[in-house]
Design a protein around this ligand. Structure first.
Ligand code: BG6
Length: 521
C-alpha cells in the first residue's frame, strides 16, 4: 500500500502496526497546505488528525503544514487557535503539541488574487528545503466549493506545485450535480491530472467501512451466501441525532440527497455489493466499486414516489430535550423545501443482485445515532417446526454496525433451554475493537496518511463520482421542480425515525426497517 521509509519500532508498538514487519511504512517526505484554514473543518478534523499522526510517529520525517485563508493571522495566532481546539479533544499533551506546533505555519491568501500566494510559496520553499521535503506537496481544499477552481488555478500559476509530486485533496461536495461536477473537473484538469486529485469521502476512511471488504473477502463463509439466492434484501441506514448545526447556508442548497446519498451512502452500498477484485489494489478495488454504481437501475420519474420518500424534521425532542424544526434553524428559509431525510429503494441490475432490493435511509434529528448495513437473509425453505411453534422462525441477519458502537452481529435462532420445543432469537456479537490493544485511526487520519503515501483506494474516482450524480440527477431535478410526479416532502417529528411514509416504503414489500435497539435479539 505504501512507499517510503520504515517506521520506528516505537510507532509499531503504539499503533499495533504493522500487521507483519515491513507491511506499513512511513510516508515519504511531504508538506501540506490547507486552504480554508480559518474554517471549522481544520479545527475539528484536520489539525487534530495531523497532530495524532504526529504523536503516533506516522507523519513523514520533517513534515510541516501551512494553513492559508483570507483572514489575516500570524503563525502564532494560528497555532494558538489550533491549540485551543486540540485542548477540547482527547489526548492533548503540552510537550508533544509544542513539538508539533513548530511544524505549523500560516499565510494569508486572497484566493482570487495570484499575487497573494507569494508568502505561501516562500514558506513552502524555505521550510521545504530546510526540512528535506523534496518538493512534495499536498494541497487540501477545505474552503467553500465555489473557491476550489480558482485556488487550483492560482496555486498552479503561482508555482506552488514544485519539483516533487503535488496532490490535491478536494472536500465534498464535488459539484451540485453532474453538470457542475464535470465543470469542476474540467477546471481542475487544466492544471492537475486525475492521478493528482484525491476526492475525499470520509466514510471510506472509517475503519468499519473498510472492514466490509475484509469480512467479505478474507472469510470463506460469507461469500457463498452473499447473493440473490440467499439474501432477501439489504438495508443501509445512517441515522443522525444532530440537526444541521450552523450549516444552513450549505445545507439549504444540498439537502440530504447531495449531502449523504451521492457520496457516503452510495459508497457504502458499493462496498457491500461489489465483486471481489483479483488483488487488493487501489485501482482494482475502485473498478469494482464503480461497476456496482454503474449497475444501479435508474429511477423512472413516473414511479419515483414508489422508490423515494423525502422528509424534513419539524420540532420535537431528542433524548428528552426540545429541538426546533429545520425551518426554524438559523439561516434556513421559513418555507424551505430542503429534505433532511430520505428513504430509497433501489436495485442493482447484475447477476449477483438481480431481484434483491437495497433500502437506503438517512436523516437528521432522528431518534438515535447509528450507521449500519444489514444483510437480511431469506427464510428457511421449509419450516419443519411449523407444528411445534406458534409462528415461522424469522430470517437470519448479519449486521455491520459502523457507529456509534462498531460491531458485527449475526442473528440466528436456537432452541430455548428446557423441556419444551421452543425457539429463541439470539445474537452473536463481535465488538470490533475487542482483543485489539493498539490505537486505531479515525477516517481523516487514515485518509491523510493514504494521500501522503499516494494510495487512492479510499478516494472517489472521477467515473464513480459522475455515475452517482447521474443516478441521482433525475430525482434531484424532479424534487426541484413543481412536477406532480415529484415525491412529497413529509414533515417528521424530530426524535423519530423519519416520516411514517418511510415505513410504508419498506412495509409494502412485506419487510421492516431494523432500527438500532430492536435488532439485539
Ligand atoms: C458529512 C455531512 O459529510 O457527514 C454531514 O456533510 C453529516 O451533514 C456527516 O452529518 C456525517 O458523518 P459522520 O461521520 O458523523 O457519520
Amino acid at each position: 500500500m505504501n512507499n517510503g521509509n520504515a517506521p520506528s519500532s516505537a510507532n509499531t508498538e503504539l499503533m499495533g502496526l504493522p500487521c507483519q514487519p515491513g507491511d506499513e511504512l512511513r510516508p515519504p517526505p511531504c508538506a501540506m497546505v490547507i486552504f480554508g484554514a480559518s474554517g471549522d473543518l481544520v479545527r475539528r478534523k484536520l489539525i487534530p488528525a495531523l497532530y495524532k499522526l504526529s504523536r503516533c510517529g506516522l507523519l513523514p520525517e520533517g513534515f510541516f503544514v501551512a494553513g492559508a485563508s483570507r483572514t489575516s493571522m500570524s503563525d502564532d495566532a494560528f497555532r494558538n487557535d489550533m491549540e485551543a481546539a486540540l485542548k477540547k479533544t482527547d489526548g492533548f499533551d503540552a510537550q508533544s503539541w509544542a513539538e508539533f506546533a513548530r511544524a505549523v505555519f500560516y499565510r494569508q491568501v486572497d484566493y482570487a488574487d495570484p499575487s497573494t500566494y507569494a508568502g505561501l510559496k516562500a514558506v513552502l520553499d524555505e521550510e521545504g528545503r530546510a526540512r528535506g521535503m523534496n518538493g512534495n506537496r499536498i494541497f487540501y481544499l477545505a474552503t467553500p466549493p465555489s473557491a476550489y477552481s480558482i485556488i487550483g488555478r492560482n496555486a498552479a500559476a503561482s508555482g506552488l506545485p514544485s519539483s516533487g509530486w503535488s496532490r490535491l485533496i478536494v472536500e465534498k461536495p464535488f459539484g451540485s450535480g453532474l453538470k457542475s461536477a464535470r465543470e469542476l473537473n474540467a477546471q481542475l484538469y487544466r492544471d492537475y491530472k486525475e492521478e493528482q486529485i484525491y476526492r475525499i469521502d470520509h466514510y471510506l476512511g472509517k475503519e468499519t467501512v473498510q472492514n466490509i471488504l475484509m469480512l467479505r473477502f478474507a472469510n470463506a463463509i460469507f461469500e457463498p451466501v452473499w447473493n440473490r439466492r440467499y439474501v432477501d434484501h439489504v438495508q443501509i441506514t445512517a441515522s443522525e441525532t444532530l440537526g444541521i448545526e450552523k450549516r444552513a447556508g450549505y445545507y439549504e442548497q444540498a439537502g440530504v440527497l447531495r449531502d449523504m446519498f451521492q457520496n457516503h451512502m452510495l459508497q457504502v452500498l458499493a462496498l457491500a455489493a461489489m465483486e471481489p477484485p483479483s488483488v487488493y489494489e487501489s485501482e482494482l478495488v475502485r473498478d469494482e466499486r464503480v461497476k456496482v454504481l454503474r449497475a444501479m437501475r435508474p429511477f423512472n420519474p413516473d414511479d419515483l414516489r414508489e422508490h423515494l420518500v423525502i422528509g424534513q424534521y419539524g420540532e420535537g425532542a431528542i433524548s428528552g430535550s426540545y429541538v426546533p424544526g429545520y425551518r426554524q434553524e438559523e439561516g434556513a428559509s421559513a418555507q424551505s423545501p430542503t429534505p433532511t431525510f430520505a428513504a430509497m429503494k433501489l436495485h442493482i441490475d447484475n447477476w449477483r443482485w438481480q431481484g434483491v432490493p437495497f433500502y437506503l435511509r438517512s436523516g437528521k434529528r432522528m431518534k438515535t445515532r447509528f450507521t449500519q448495513v444489514t444483510i437480511q437473509f431469506k427464510g428457511v425453505p421449509h419450516s419443519l417446526f411449523r407444528r411445534a411453534l406458534p409462528g415461522e422462525p424469522g430470517p437470519n441477519a448479519l449486521i455491520l454496525r459502523m457507529q456509534p458502537d462498531e460491531r458485527v452481529q449475526l442473528k440466528f435462532h436456537t432452541k430455548s433451554p428446557g423441556g419444551r420445543v421452543c425457539l429463541r432469537d439470539v445474537v452473536m456479537d463481535f465488538p470490533y475493537t475487542e482483543g485489539y490493544g493498539g490505537v486505531s485511526l479515525d477516517a481523516y487520519e487514515r485518509l491523510l496518511l493514504d494521500c501522503m503515501t499516494g494510495d487512492k483506494m479510499l478516494f472517489v474516482r472521477n467515473d464513480g463520482m459522475e455515475i452517482s450524480w447521474s443516478f441521482l440527477g433525475p430525482a434531484l431535478e424532479l424534487i426541484g421542480s413543481r412536477d406532480a410526479r415529484s415525491p412529497k416532502l413529509y414533515i417528521y417529528t424530530a426524535g423519530t425515525y423519519g416520516p411514517p411514509e418511510a415505513e410504508t416504503l419498506i412495509q409494502k414489500d412485506g419487510r421492516d426497517w431494523l432500527d438500532y435497539g430492536n435488532d439485539n435479539g
